[in-house]
Design a protein around this ligand. Structure first.
Ligand SMILES: Cc1cc2nc3c(=O)[nH]c(=O)nc-3n(C[C@H](O)[C@H](O)[C@H](O)COP(=O)(O)OP(=O)(O)OC[C@H]3O[C@@H](n4cnc5c(N)ncnc54)[C@H](O)[C@@H]3O)c2cc1C
Length: 484
């Protein structure tokens, strides 16, 4: 429904049609409630949507479907059935003009590094393990304590700073412990140094699941099921304010195709970003809460889609680009995720990921400049030739990553305490909780929010708090107790 009008009242309102919001809406349907979902964009799936240009499908990054949560796993299968496929995984890391296989092959890595650097890294690793230098307060501390100064300098620093745009000593250790997708070479080295860890590791997963037409296919299916069950999803409607009174949300104001509309509500799940939720409250939240919300920071993402007239340019699903000489951070090869994302098998469709911040020079570049930059960098990396580029497209994703900087936890605690005073509102999801969640934990938070609103004891703030896993962080899993 692309509604030109909204009902005056919704007994169960969901803000946002990403994984958290759609799962919350589906969980509401299963309880016999009729959810109403307001989504400001046109597509389902939020950051996990699939964009389409000239018949080519672009994933925003590359969304592996991987979970330890049986409820999520069975939901995914129930929704997509045969369309949900197993995809072989291959990824490499580009660093210092060399490609490193991942998972790491020790002889190749040592060969690439050279014996001097390998030896020095080994010694500094041993020194760090014998005598950790400091408590795990920042990302830098966390890594140096586990990998040694040399490995940190060689494999962690430049890439992490490229991703986050922050010096590593300003990033909190929690981020390293909770989810470090991009430190693969360092972790691979760690695993090579400590092969016993391999067995317990999920890092070496050789395959993952993926919808035939990209992640958006999953979320379109959720919408169909919600609608068939009597719920509604209205796109093009942005929640711009909400009113509360006596500890209850009374109504939500949305801006859409027919202007501003106000809906009274009984219960609300919000998956909009936490800072925006606080800033749009009427009456305004107390000043310290607003200040805390204003201090939450995010990292934005530019995906430059590049279609080249050559088939199968390389075999990886994605390549991490640690090399500081180019600005691209990661390159997705969509045909290797699913051939059905690429309509012409004589072409290759890539997604060049640039991590940046709105207002920064990269973000401000126009489509032509970004297309040029991506084509140049592709050639510089030896992955494709500029003359083979047929066309490029730019997809902008604001607030792709919540930033864990100094003070963010205190800010979150303050906001959470205030929101807990509103009995019929529950935030759920990645930016809604300012947490580095994958789809599965966003979904679990959506389910927990519904349970809580139905009088249960689940709490979306507690989902994924244990920071107990990520497939790329064996160390986090084993040493979580040490994390500050
Ligand atoms: C580059 C990248 C790669 C990733 N790779 C993976 C991966 O491999 N596997 C994985 O599981 N996860 C991955 N993720 C994480 C995944 O994208 C998120 O966990 C997931 O999309 C979060 O879902 P969500 O519903 O919490 O939030 P979002 O996806 O942010 O959805 C929120 C929705 O709310 C809408 N909204 C916001 N404000 C308003 C408003 N005021 N009014 C109305 N609507 C509003 C937005 O438009 C959006 O549709 C990746 C993320 C990134 C950035």
């Amino acid at each position: 429904m692309d509604s030109s009008s909204l009902p005056a009242h919704s007994p169960f309102l969901v803000i946002g049609a990403g994984p958290a919001g759609l799962t919350a809406a589906w969980a509401a349907c299963r309880r016999g409630w009729l959810p109403f979902v307001l989504e400001r964009g046109r597509r389902m799936g939020g950051i996990a949507r699939t964009e389409e240009h000239r018949g080519y499908r672009f994933d925003i990054g590359g969304h592996r479907f991987f979970t330890k949560e049986p409820e999520v796993e069975s939901l995914w299968k129930e929704m997509l059935g045969e369309q949900f496929r197993t995809t072989p995984r291959m990824s490499r890391i580009y660093y210092d003009n060399k490609y490193y296989s991942y998972p790491l092959r020790l002889p190749e890595t040592l060969g690439n590094l050279g014996w001097r650097r390998s030896f020095a890294a080994g010694m500094s690793y041993v020194a760090a393990r014998l005598r950790p230098a400091r408590p795990d307060v920042t990302f830098e501390d966390w890594v140096v304590n586990r990998f040694g100064q040399r490995l940190y300098e060689t494999f962690f620093r430049s890439y992490t700073e490229k991703v986050w745009g922050l010096p590593c000593h300003e990033i909190r250790a929690e981020w390293a412990a909770q989810r470090i997708q991009n430190l693969t070479l360092g972790i691979a080295v760690w695993q090579a140094l400590r092969p016993a860890a391999e067995a317990a590791s999920k890092t070496l997963i050789r395959e993952f699941q993926y919808p035939r037409l990209g992640p958006g296919q999953m979320w379109d299916r959720f919408r169909e099921r919600i609608t068939a069950a009597g719920g509604r999803v209205a796109t093009g409607w942005e929640v711009v304010s909400w009113r509360h009174e006596h500890g209850q949300v009374r109504s939500v104001v949305a801006a859409g195709p027919t202007g501003l509309r106000e809906m009274t509500v009984d219960r609300v799940v919000s998956t909009m970003s936490l800072d925006e939720l606080v800033q749009t409250a009427q009456p305004a939240a107390p000043a310290p809460v607003r200040m805390a919300a204003g201090g939450l920071r995010h990292r934005d993402l530019l995906l430059v889609g590049v279609v080249l007239r050559k088939p199968a340019l390389f075999a990886d699903n994605w390549i991490y680009v640690h090399h500081p000489g180019v600005r691209v951070g990661r390159i997705q090869n969509f045909g290797n995720w699913s051939p059905d994302l690429v309509p012409d098998p004589g072409t290759t469709s890539l997604g060049m990921e640039y991590f940046c911040r709105r207002g920064e020079d990269l973000w401000e570049m126009d489509e032509g400049e970004l297309g040029d930059l991506a084509s140049r960098e592709l050639e510089a990396l030896g992955l494709g030739r500029r003359e083979d580029v047929l066309w490029t497209v730019v997809i902008r994703q604001p607030k792709a990553y919540p930033v864990y900087d100094d003070g963010y936890r205190e800010r979150l605690d303050r906001i959470r305490a205030w929101l807990n005073g509103l009995g019929n509102l529950r935030p759920a999801g990645r930016n809604a909780l300012h947490r580095y969640n994958n789809q599965d934990h966003s979904m679990m938070a959506g389910i927990a929010a519904v349970d809580r609103l139905a009088g249960g004891t689940a709490d979306p703030w507690e989902v994924n708090l244990e920071r107990s896993y990520h497939e790329d962080v064996v160390v986090a899993r084993q040493e979580v107790g040490q994390v500050a």
